[in-house]
Design a binder for this molecule. Structure first.
Ligand SMILES: Cc1ncc(COP(=O)(O)O)c(C=O)c1O
Length: 422
């Protein structure tokens, strides 16, 4: 047994140095409802972070909570590996009826494990198995998770260095250069694919985020995504869209790629899929790709039934009609205008985003950090993203009230102004 001295700060004493968010927000949270978290002294914080995209419907959403409590109360099965359960059946039927069928998406559903990185690992494995090739193309500043396969297709040098072994069979390419150079095509990638002397063997797949979340809210243009889908088709590569952060309505529609009209071969979803912050992930793919042998990919936590229950309730509540999508798209304009107004006098800032995923890039990463730190003092939670943490990321719950959205934008404006002379 490890003996420790009593310490006022249990987390510093007992928890690993690897912890990170608690360093930006030095308080101890206790309870949460809707768009607000409260610390143990009952100080409220408006949440413009949303569990890094896992809480699109807010904290302890009452509709989801009711479904969860009813399920627990009646001793519904909690843990089931991949056994068939009524909770899973209802989720699969509801997902088919409300999400896949209306969008004419023919996907089979795989439960790869509890987290986003499990969904990505399964997608990469399946793509390699289907094509019988090893390499996968990813894009600069991509983030796909921390397990080794996902890390190999993640751009961030600091995170990659954590692997401790070579990260192989992954080829970086430039992401859409929106805002800098508006060349529509894939001159570099295409040339590598077509030149007999490039040294690039045809990859099994390409993995892409339509909006890079951790990479700094970099928005791919719809025409770029369409071009990528065409390039994949032409060169026999599977297209994987990682919708773990931008799916479940973050950009407006349920899937972030809907606006571009593409149909990816494989899609990953997690984060807000359970809707309640419970672990849940799926890998979706065209039926003809379903060449898995039974048990070839498994894992203990692939059937967290309470997550199926809240996921089903979230689909019923928010996706049977188009209200949430419309509201998110309308709010995108409101947020963009507010952010442009706040940064109008700020040299070298850039505002970008879609739906309710927004980023404000500052020339100096220290400024972005200072804005988030000041926001925390003012009672607003926001994180930074981007390769140098130079982007302040605004990620309110999609269900946030109008006044709370205004309040958060006002606090953000104050944080920007009050850090101007740092
Ligand atoms: C696009 C994307 N893919 C994958 C992941 C990894 O998900 P998880 O942290 O649940 O493993 C994340 C997490 O932020 C993500 O944003």
């Amino acid at each position: 047994m490890v003996m420790t001295q009593p310490d006022a700060n249990v987390f510093e004493t007992l928890e690993s140095e690897v912890r990170s968010y608690c360093r930006s927000w030095p308080t101890v949270f206790d309870h949460a409802h809707g768009s607000r978290l409260h610390d143990e002294k009952n100080r409220p914080y408006l949440d413009f972070f949303s569990g890094a995209g896992a809480l699109n419907y807010g904290h302890n959403n009452p509709v989801l909570k009711r479904a969860l409590l009813d399920y627990l109360e009646r001793d519904g099965v909690t843990h089931a590996l991949d056994m068939s359960t009524t909770a899973k059946r209802t989720f699969l039927e509801t997902f088919q009826e409300i999400v896949l069928a209306p969008r004419a998406l023919p996907y089979k559903v795989m439960f790869p494990g509890p987290g986003g990185t499990n969904a990505v690992e399964a997608a990469l494995k399946l793509a390699r198995k289907v094509k019988g090739r090893e390499s996968v193309v990813f894009f600069a500043n991509a983030f796909h998770g921390m397990s080794l396969g996902s890390l190999a297709v993640t751009g961030n040098a600091f995170k990659r260095a954590g692997a401790g072994i070579p990260l192989v069979h992954a080829i970086p390419m430039p992401f859409d250069s929106h805002g800098h150079d508006r060349a529509p095509g894939f001159p570099w990638f295409e040339q590598m694919l077509t030149s007999a002397g490039s040294g690039l063997d045809t990859p099994a797949a390409v993995i892409v985020e339509t909006v890079q979340g951790e990479g700094g809210i970099n928005v791919a243009r719809t025409e770029w995504l369409r071009g990528l889908a065409e390039l994949c088709r032409h060169h026999d590569m599977l297209l994987i869209v990682d919708d773990i952060q931008m799916g479940c309505g973050r950009t407006g529609p349920f899937f972030s790629f809907e606006e571009s009209g593409i149909t990816p071969d494989i899609v990953t979803l997690s984060k807000s899929l359970s809707g309640y912050g419970l672990p849940m992930a799926v890998t979706l793919f065209r039926p003809e790709l379903d060449i898995w042998r039974p048990g070839e990919h498994n894992g203990t936590f692939r059937g967290v039934s309470p997550a199926f229950v809240t996921a089903t309730a979230a689909l019923e509540e928010y996706w049977r009609d188009g209200r949430l999508e419309k509201q998110t798209l309308a709010r995108a304009d409101q947020v963009e205008q507010a952010l442009n107004a706040v940064t109008a006098d700020e040299p070298a800032t850039q505002v970008r985003g879609r739906g309710l995923a927004w980023g404000v890039e500052f020339a100096d990463p220290a400024r972005a950090g200072a804005v988030c730190a000041r926001a925390f003092e003012l009672g607003l939670l926001m994180e930074t993203s981007g390769p140098r943490d130079e982007v302040v990321k605004l990620f309110p719950p999609l269900t946030i009230g109008d006044e709370e959205l205004e309040e958060g934008l006002t606090l953000f404006g104050r944080a920007v102004r009050e850090t101007a002379r740092l």
